[in-house]
Design a protein around this ligand. Structure first.
Ligand code: CAA
Length: 285
């Protein structure tokens, strides 16, 4: 399948990261969010990363500008009509995502593949709403997208082999390593990772250890690149809560109950790095 224009729905941490790796790999990208300020925040994030690539002599200024120029920002979903492959990275709400795919189905050609970057919602349910279940797949990137090498590819009940192959080829062109996962709540990696992060919050809430010592313990004692509470702040506590709730609701297993401290922080609006405060405080968002 010949793919040249990639649509990205969502210009947040994940959407702008996906747009960046796609543009860096030479694809033209249309990145859509619901407001101009969200779109420009995503473009600014890509611009900053390109500046760093220039500073580190990995790209010339001209090459970095060319990457940025390949990303077109928009608030109009209809601007994704010409895309060959659309990756959705909107907030983790199933009804919202289903509506996006219903709308996209009206604009995009029948052959256009739709992918969701959901962290764990049902691919089959979104595929059914998309009007093109055979051409629908889960394509789960990891944060920070430009750095993390993995992409989980999740087959829904009706995803066909050609869709899987196209998504796998695309992930490789983005410089990523795909793994194949059958649909299950939270897929494979988050099913293992997110309960560990949730458990770190219980350890903090119960006063077993301080945030700093929990993180130090997992960095020095388990060789993790960063501690679980710092990683939670990086991912975003609102996202983590929604992901944890999906696992709990889908399985009905009490071992997956979200930590009350996570819920409290989300209710207070302390969502991690993106709001400047989560388990830690940050000078720049
Ligand atoms: N965007 C782009 N590049 C970034 C970046 C970002 N947000 N953050 C860091 N980098 C780059 C840096 O520029 C640097 O690049 P070079 O070495 O090539 O110059 C490199 O990453 C290392 O960064 P730092 O030296 O600043 O810091 P570090 O060595 O501590 O690495 C880290 C930072 C890459 C985030 C590392 O701590 C790490 O790998 N942490 C774990 C991340 C992780 O587990 N992610 C998965 C989250 S789960 C998820 O995403 C799934 C979900 O659905 C919830």
């Amino acid at each position: 399948m010949n793919i040249s224009i990639i649509g990205v729905v969502g210009a947040g941490i994940m959407g702008s990261g996906i747009a960046q790796v796609a543009a860096r790999a030479g694809f033209n990208v249309v990145m859509r969010d619901i407001s101009d300020s969200f779109v420009s925040r995503g473009m600014t994030a890509i611009g900053k990363n390109m500046d760093r690539e220039v500073q580190k002599n990995r790209l010339t200024r001209e090459e970095a500008d060319a990457v940025l120029n390949r990303v077109k920002g928009t608030t109009d979903l209809g601007d994704l009509a010409g895309c060959d492959f659309v990756i959705e990275a909107a907030v983790e709400q199933i009804e919202l995502k289903k509506n996006i795919f219903r709308e996209l189905d009206k604009f995009c050609r029948p052959g256009t593949i739709f992918a969701s970057n959901t962290s764990g919602l049902s691919i089959t349910e979104m595929a059914a709403a998309s009007g093109r279940p055979a051409k629908f797949i889960g394509m789960h990137f990891f944060n920070p997208v430009p750095v993390m090498r993995l992409v989980e590819l999740i087959k829904g009940a009706e995803t066909d082999d050609s869709t899987y192959e196209a998504a796998s080829d695309l992930a490789k062109k983005f410089g990523k390593e795909p793994i194949m996962v059958n649909e299950a709540p939270l897929f494979a990696v988050n099913r293992i990772l997110v309960p560990m992060l949730n458990e770190a919050m219980f350890v903090l809430m119960e006063g077993v250890a301080s945030a700093e010592d929990i993180d130090k313990g997992m960095v020095l004692g388990a060789n993790h690149p960063m501690g679980p509470l710092a990683l939670s702040d990086l991912i975003g506590l609102d996202t983590l809560l929604m992901v944890m709730e999906t696992l709990y609701n889908e399985t009905g297993d009490s071992k997956y109950r979200p930590c009350p401290l996570l819920r409290k922080k989300v209710r207070a609006g302390h969502l991690g790095r993106k709001t400047g405060r989560g388990f830690y405080e940050y000078e720049s968002k």
